[in-house]
Structure formats: C-alpha cells, structure tokens
Design a protein around this ligand. Structure first.
Ligand code: HMG
Ligand code: MG
Length: 317
C-alpha cells in the first residue's frame, strides 16, 4: 500500500488501543444489559491488558436508554493503577453527572457533517463547539482530561460525502479548546485506505499527528485496511470494540467497530506492542458474545475459538 502524496512514515513500535466495546459496542444493543454484566465486561477487558476502556456515556436516557446506568457502572469499577475509564459527555449536564460519578476522563463528540450533528446531538456543528468550550474548560479545571471525537470523518449517512477540510476544521476547533486527542470516526464504515490517509493528512496540518486517533467501524469490512493505512500515515492510537460489538443509534446501517482482537492480531503480525494478551481478550469476546446470545463478529476471535475445544464451539461453526 502506498500513500499517494507523501512518503509513508515508519510504523510505530507501540500502539495504544482505546477499547470502546462497553460504550460504542453496547449503546445500540436492543436487549437489556445489566450493570453487573457491563462491569464484568470492563474488568475482564482490563485483565486482558487494555488500559483505556470507555465505560459509558452521560447522555440523555431518552436518546440512548442503554447508557442510562453509566453512573452506577463507573462507581462499581475497581480502580486500577494505569487504567483509565473515559465516558462520553455531550454537554455540561453530562459532565456534571460524570464528575459526580467519579469520572477522571471524558470525551466530547462532534461531527464534520451538519446533518449528523443535528441527528446525533440535536444541534449544529457551531452550536456543539459553543457547548463543548465551557465543558472542556470546567473538566480541565477539575483535572479531568477531555478527548474529542469527530464523527463522519469519512462519510455521512445523511449528506454522503464529507470534505477532509471540514473534518480538519472541527478537529482543529476541538484541539484548540483543550481536547488532548482527536479521534476521527468513520461512523458508518465507508472509508477506504487512500481516503483515510487523505483525511489524516488534512487533519495533521492543523492538529499534531501524535494527537490524532483512528475510530473505524467495519460496515464494509475495510477497518483493518484503513488502520494499516493510518499506521503508514503516522497514527498510533486506535479505537476498537471487543468482539466487534456495536453500531451508532443515530447512523442507521452502521455496524460495530473494528474488533479489538483483529487489531491486536494485526499489531502482533507487524511486531507492534499493544500490551494486550490476545488469548484473554478472545476469552472475553467469547464470554460477552455468549451473554448477548451471538457469535463474536471478530474474524480473529472466531478463528482462535474454532481451534479450541469449547462448549460454545458450535456458535462459530
Ligand atoms: P436535547 O433534547 O436537545 O437536550 O438533547 P435539552 O438540553 O433540550 O434537554 C432535554 C432533556 O434532556 C431535559 O430533560 C434534560 O435534562 C435532558 P427534561 O427536562 O425534558 O426531563 N438532558 C440530559 N439528560 C441526561 N444527560 C444529559 C442530558 N442533557 C440533556 N447529558 C443531547 C441533546 C445532546 C442531550 C441528546 O441529543 C443526546 O443525549 N445525544 C446523545 C446521542 C448519543 O449518545 N449518540 C451516540 C454516541 S456518539 C457515537 O456513537 C459516535 C462515536 O462513536 C464516533 C463515531 O463512530 O463517529 C463517538
Ligand atoms: Mg463509533
């Protein structure tokens, strides 16, 4: 694979995975998932070596009912040295809830598409940035780090094409207001490798490359190819979801995030450190998939499980 305009950068020695299964993965789940299951999932993910694990979202329970118990989930987690549990906060009300529940890291989520912004957070892009500014300032005053998301970085379910310049503009605004990292979301998984690199190059002209992360959904099966392209473009932080859980409630047809197991397998093959124990992660993928009554969406988990004698082996054959 070759970048069109620029020379490929050397691949990193280490990649940080932001595990989003308990938030992005479960937010769209139709069946009730108990607090106990969510907490057990997050603890198991930490046991497998993941150190950044999104634990929920302080959003309107009318918009996303599955995340309504995020305060309880946060409060029940056992703190571990070196492990962070960020939560989503769309407004100051959400931040207040998150701080009261003990959150030490939060994330704001904007979009590069006007239509998606309206559908997802009920306001324009400009209004969202106005909303985020006091939120970020208050969080930082409380010593709480803030990450920023830009949805529809590679396409929008409502408006279609999204220009790289529009992505860069929102990413820049979030970075300028104090977000320590900007995660570029391929919300509906329509991205392809060269397009991914083009968007990263546009954003990297306004945000330091080391502060950019990739968030790929796997709707068209391109997520791993896009991650490889992003590695070549100097990105070393990727969001992923155990067992490939997920989808966005305000982006119909969006499938789950790239599976964490698939990302770990890719990195192992490239000799890139993630700090994650693949076997333990596959155990967790199998466990949560059994809890939800389905097989893991992850190809790697299915392949590893198919080789193991397991009482659930019939799920993957
Ligand atoms: P709104 O209806 O415009 O809010 O929603 P409002 O300020 O007019 O308030 C209306 C009611 O909501 C009030 O209650 C508020 O108290 C309540 P009432 O007086 O009617 O009883 N409310 C809240 N309740 C709890 N927590 C809050 C909160 N704020 C207001 N924080 C709002 C605006 C932003 C709240 C709503 O649109 C919302 O919650 N949206 C979230 C949608 C969402 O969670 N989407 C999924 C996450 S984003 C994603 O998945 C993409 C990502 O993965 C990256 C990618 O893939 O691209 C990150
Ligand atoms: Mg997402």
């Amino acid at each position: 694979m070759h970048m069109t305009n620029e020379k490929c950068l050397p691949l990193p020695h280490q990649v940080r995975i932001v595990e989003v299964g308990a938030r992005d993965g479960l937010q769209n789940e139709a069946q009730n998932v108990s607090v106990a299951t969510k907490v057990a999932l997050i603890e198991r993910l930490a046991d497998s070596g993941l150190q950044t694990i999104e634990a929920g979202a302080f959003v309107s329970p009318r918009w996303v009912p599955q995340m309504a118990d995020s305060a309880e989930v946060l409060q029940r987690l056992t703190p571990r040295t070196g492990v962070r549990y960020p939560v989503l906060t769309p407004n100051v009300q959400g931040l207040q809830g998150a701080l009261a529940a003990g959150a030490r890291e939060v994330a704001v989520f904007g979009a590069a598409s006007e239509d998606f912004s309206q559908k997802n957070i009920n306001c324009s892009i400009a209004e969202s940035l106005k909303r985020f500014r006091p939120l970020v300032a208050t969080a930082r005053q409380a010593g709480v780090a803030v990450r920023g998301y830009v949805s529809c970085a590679l396409g929008c379910p409502y408006q279609g094409e999204v220009l790289p310049a529009a992505v860069a503009e929102v990413a820049h605004a979030l970075f300028e207001m104090g977000c320590y990292e900007i995660s570029l979301g391929d919300t509906i998984g329509v991205g392809t490798p060269l397009r991914t690199q083009a968007v990263i190059e546009a954003v990297a002209r306004k945000v330091p490359r080391e502060s950019i992360a990739g968030h790929f959904h796997n709707t068209y099966g391109m997520a791993i190819a896009n991650i490889y392209a992003a590695l070549e473009a100097g990105i070393a932080v990727f969001d992923a979801s155990v067992a490939g859980l997920g989808g966005c409630p305000y982006a119909s047809g969006a499938s789950g995030n790239v599976a964490t197991e698939d990302v770990v397998w890719l990195m192992q093959g490239l000799g890139i450190e993630t700090g994650v124990d693949l076997d333990r992660l596959v155990d967790t993928a199998e466990w949560i998939s059994t809890e939800l009554g389905r097989a893991p969406a992850s190809q790697v988990a299915r392949a590893v499980l198919a080789k193991r004698p397991s009482p659930h082996a019939e799920l993957v054959r």
